[in-house]
Design a binder for this molecule. Structure first.
Ligand code: PLP
Length: 277
């Protein structure tokens, strides 16, 4: 059953309602995670919890949040949902108060979770490039996703699946809800971790697996021209898994199909999801 949970209360997804005065409504003041449940098991939950903890710390929210309680709520909701393959989304906002930019020190966190059925999507897609209009702390998984929403819609309007974001200096940062990597001459290249990108969990796994499939990792920024000249261009993420970008702004990448390494990484990910980490 698809469901929602607000703090400790579980309800049908459609019945979930939060206060109009929740700070996530006015300011997007909160953080979130999205975790895959594969064959009844949460995938890479410890890594998601570590990233959540860091986002909360960066937002000065951590001291009000009980991380064990979050884990307990997620597990409880999962047991009730009985969905074997799902996307578990949860967010923590800085509570509710009448609209005012600053918050009082006695704020209380609000937890919202949804669980919906999820299955793997297409494996080879088109992408566009789009200016990276986001803020300067993209390492925090905050609820503020306006620039991501705008770029994703531009992709949809162009008949593409994803928008690859390019900063003011011409470097590819990441995509609207995925990390971006290229393969060139057996080198796996992706932007280094910084405040300009989210530390993607799938990205990290690929970097750990690269050696086993014969690739050398280079965490170095690359340009759109590098992406166009790549042997393979791919995006990765919890919902994305590993997708090959076959066309960028309508231009073919290599032979215009998902590459061998891209498919190998997808196999590794499927294996890891089945085994669980
Ligand atoms: N980059 C952005 C901006 C994202 O929103 C996401 C996922 O939501 C990712 C990268 C991929 O991260 P992960 O592999 O942890 O899902």
């Amino acid at each position: 059953m698809k469901l929602a949970m607000i703090n400790d209360d579980i309800m049908p997804l459609e019945k979930a309602q939060i206060s109009a005065h929740d700070r996530c409504v006015y300011f997007g003041d909160g953080v979130y995670e999205a975790v895959r449940c594969h064959e009844g098991k949460l995938f890479a939950m410890d890594r998601h919890m570590a990233r959540l903890e860091n986002s909360l710390r960066q937002m000065d929210m951590l001291e009000k949040v009980d991380m064990e309680q979050i884990r307990h709520r997620v597990n409880r909701a999962l047991r009730v949902s009985l969905i074997h393959n799902s996307m578990v989304y949860f967010q923590i906002s800085r509570g509710q108060a009448l609209r005012s930019h600053d918050y009082s020190e006695d704020w209380k966190p609000n937890f919202l979770l949804t669980i919906r059925k999820f299955s793997s999507q297409h494996r080879a897609v088109h992408a566009i490039t789009h200016p990276d209009w986001r803020w300067k702390r993209c390492d925090i998984k905050s609820l503020n996703l306006l620039a991501n929403v705008m770029a994703k819609h531009a992709a949809t309007q162009a008949g593409a699946y994803e928008a690859i974001l390019v900063d003011d200096d011409g470097w590819v940062t990441e995509a609207t809800s995925s990390s971006v990597l290229i393969v060139k001459n057996r080198m796996l290249k992706t932007a280094p971790l910084s405040a300009n990108i989210l530390p993607g969990i799938t990205r990290a796994l690929l970097l750990e697996w690269a050696d086993a499939i014969g690739l050398v990792v280079q965490e170095k920024s690359f340009t759109v021209a590098d992406a166009l000249a790549a042997d393979e261009l791919m995006i990765t993420g919890t919902g994305t898994e590993v997708m090959g970008i076959t066309h960028l702004d309508g231009k073919k990448i290599a032979d215009g199909t998902a590459g061998t390494y891209t498919m190998r990484f997808q196999e590794k990910l499927t294996e890891a999801m089945s085994k669980g980490i």
